[in-house]
Design a protein around this ligand. Structure first.
Ligand SMILES: Nc1ncnc2c1ncn2[C@@H]1O[C@H](COP(=O)(O)OP(=O)(O)OP(=O)(O)O)[C@@H](O)[C@H]1O
Ligand SMILES: [Mg+2]
Length: 332
């Protein structure tokens, strides 16, 4: 609680040793608050936090063996990059010569060789973020807490750093708790993902399970794109009524597009069909994305581009089909 504001309501969660756990959720859902409680910067109003079986609720954050990257990468503004990185090593009593070696090694690793003498204000946002990540990693703590560690990076660098974080995790096996609102980052990095919504856990699962079998509409929409097949606006042939309180969900890549009059496939009895009109077609490198109007609904389709594939243009009539077994019923 922040005064009257309840930022995190109920959060009961067991993180496994060596696990990469990501807390994913929209802005304001309580991710940073949850992480700051884990780090010891914010005291929970009620409840406890245990590390390796011992309560750490009363242990100040500077006494805990953890590396942290704050949202907004809070570097020490009055210290050079080199001094920023050296700080955690110095706290642990490492000798100057050894510190210098470690810092240089780390700077090289994050492609910042030669930047040691600069002040944080003389770095770009992405460079600052890499320094922040390096500072959290350099003393090799058993627990890493990362709040939007790649938030300010451009796409290429972001992917590079994802690979870097992943390989560091594989190499050192540190328990890592990472907060992000970026679903791709969560999918790429995590052993398990916690989806948060308004201060509570919506679902915890592996990336695959979460994507393939989301429990709720919110989880389905937050992780990946989702079509909701909702009558009366949406009516497919041979519709199955969803169980009470659920809605039928279908991922865009599970849908096939065909000409309206095309012969049905051999497995037609296992499929559902719906006719529609192409509203938009976007070519995105290896993918083609269609928006198809079917009744009152717009269905999103993602197709992998193949050499001899038929392309449908806006205005064309098509028939969509998908395996009935690909439909998921999620809590509405
Ligand atoms: N110090 C504070 N005092 C009062 N309310 C706060 C405080 N810090 C956060 N909050 C509120 O608590 C809720 C959760 O905030 P939090 O920073 O944990 O969200 P978040 O999930 O990290 O969001 P973002 O993705 O934008 O970083 C928000 O509604 C926020 O306004
Ligand atoms: Mg936050």
């Amino acid at each position: 609680m922040y005064g009257e504001v309840c930022a995190v309501k109920e959060l009961s969660l067991a993180v496994r040793r060596g696990e990469f756990l990501t807390i994913l959720g929209p802005s304001g859902s309580g991710k940073t608050t949850a992480l700051m409680m884990l780090a010891g910067f914010t005291a929970p109003t009620s409840g406890d936090i245990l590390i390796a079986g011992k309560s750490v609720a009363a242990v100040p954050s500077y006494r805990r063996d953890q590396g942290i990257v704050f949202q907004g990468y809070a570097l020490f503004p009055h210290l050079t990059v080199h001094r920023n990185l050296e700080f955690p090593l110095e706290m642990r009593g490492m000798k100057a010569a050894e510190r210098a070696i470690q810092v240089d090694r780390m700077l090289e690793r994050v492609h910042l060789k030669g930047f040691g003498g600069r002040m944080p204000s003389q770095l770009s946002g992405g460079q600052q973020q890499r320094v922040a990540l390096s500072r959290a990693l350099i003393a090799d703590p058993p627990l890493l807490l990362l709040d939007e560690p790649l938030g300010a990076l451009d796409r290429n660098l972001r992917e590079q750093m994802q690979v870097e974080i992943k390989s560091l995790h594989r190499e050192f096996g540190k328990t890592t708790i990472c907060v992000t609102h970026d679903q791709e980052e969560a999918l790429t990095l995590s052993d398990r993902i916690v989806v948060m919504r308004a201060g509570e856990i919506e679902q915890i699962d592996t990336p695959e399970a979460l994507y393939d079998r989301p429990a709720t509409r919110f989880a389905a929409e937050f992780l990946g794109e989702a079509n909701f097949l909702e009558p009366p606006g949406f009516q497919a042939e041979s519709d199955v009524a969803p169980p009470l309180g659920t809605v039928a969900m279908l991922r865009p890549e599970r849908i096939c597009v065909a000409e309206r009059g095309a012969p049905r496939r051999v497995d037609a009895d296992q499929r559902q069909f719906v006719c529609g009109i192409v509203e938009d077609m976007i070519y995105a490198g290896p993918l083609r994305k269609y928006q198809v109007r079917a009744g009152d609904s717009v269905v999103i389709v993602r197709e992998h581009v193949a050499a001899d594939q038929q392309i449908f243009r806006p205005g064309e009539e098509v028939r969509l089909n998908w395996l009935r077994s690909d439909v998921r019923f999620v809590a509405a």
